[in-house]
Design a protein around this ligand. Structure first.
Ligand SMILES: [Zn+2]
Ligand SMILES: [Zn+2]
Length: 268
């Protein structure tokens, strides 16, 4: 089954394309499932340039647009359209994400760690901050945040599980103990991970998560889904073949998607 569970629209101000254009792109790409998962509004102050996420005042309109698109795509051959959201893990802002998610509109909620203590480590404009930090320490902090996000019970899927490698900052040795710990915690909480082609289009040039982490996640029994993290309609479904090969190589023979936040498992 061809599933792209993670896409964005113009609403977040750093992607292009409307909801309708993404659904059309999914049809053209021959997808069975597309998740519309734009960036949820951030608390005031965390998005000073207004370019990380959709403005809070557009949240309701965006939800209505997604619901309409899902209703309209019911003809035979249409992709299944999932109403979703990508919500940051923000331990410094208790209640913010819970407030946004306290409704039953969603098929799927992706949880992402893009910020550590307010530092958007994946923002190319903030790359300098890496120079004053130890890569090992940032990686430890990152994976500990991923484990906390999974344990919060707010998310169905952890997006791009090793995003911390985006610009190629890596510990001298592959941190296998860190991988074991996060895989154990994900398996315990039942939260799935996405395997995303987005890393192939970033400086690191590698699928999220990398092969060693993905094997560890598979061994631990963590469910997986597939995604592009498209930020333009023509990126919908991009790299899904590479993603599926990576999953098979790591030992996966099944993938998951979500409807009404219920997990559905299908053959890879
Ligand atoms: Zn984005
Ligand atoms: Zn995303």
């Amino acid at each position: 089954m061809r599933i792209d569970l993670h896409t964005h629209t113009w609403r977040c101000r750093h992607a292009t394309g409307t909801v309708a254009e993404y659904v059309l792109a999914a049809r053209v790409a021959g997808l069975d499932v597309i998740g519309l998962t734009d960036h949820a509004p951030l608390p005031p102050g965390l998005d000073p340039e207004a370019c990380y996420a959709m403005p809070a005042e557009e949240f309701e309109t965006h939800l209505a647009e997604m619901a309409d698109a899902a209703d309209a795509a019911r003809a035979p051959g249409d992709p299944k359209v999932l109403v979703g959201i990508e919500a940051d893990w923000l331990p410094g802002h208790p209640g913010h994400v819970e407030g946004l998610l306290s409704r039953d509109d969603f098929d799927v909620v992706l949880g992402s760690v893009h910020m550590l203590d307010g530092w958007a480590f994946d923002d190319p404009d903030l790359l300098d901050s890496w120079e004053s930090r130890s890569v090992e320490a940032v990686w430890r902090e990152y994976f500990s945040a991923v484990a906390d996000a999974a344990a919060s019970g707010m998310y169905d899927v952890i997006a791009h599980p090793d995003l911390v490698k985006k610009f190629g900052h890596r510990p001298a040795e592959e941190p296998v103990a860190l991988y074991e710990d996060v895989a154990t915690e994900l398996a315990r909480t039942g939260v799935a991970i996405e395997v995303s082609s987005a890393g192939l289009r970033k400086p690191v040039g590698e699928i999220y998560p990398g092969p060693s982490l993905l094997r560890t996640l598979c061994r631990a029994g963590v469910p997986a889904t597939t995604s592009s993290d498209a930020h333009r309609p023509h990126e919908v479904g991009i790299g899904l073949d590479e993603v599926r090969v990576a999953l098979a190589a790591a030992g996966y023979d099944r993938v998951v998607y979500f409807e009404g936040r219920e997990r559905r498992e299908v053959p890879l």
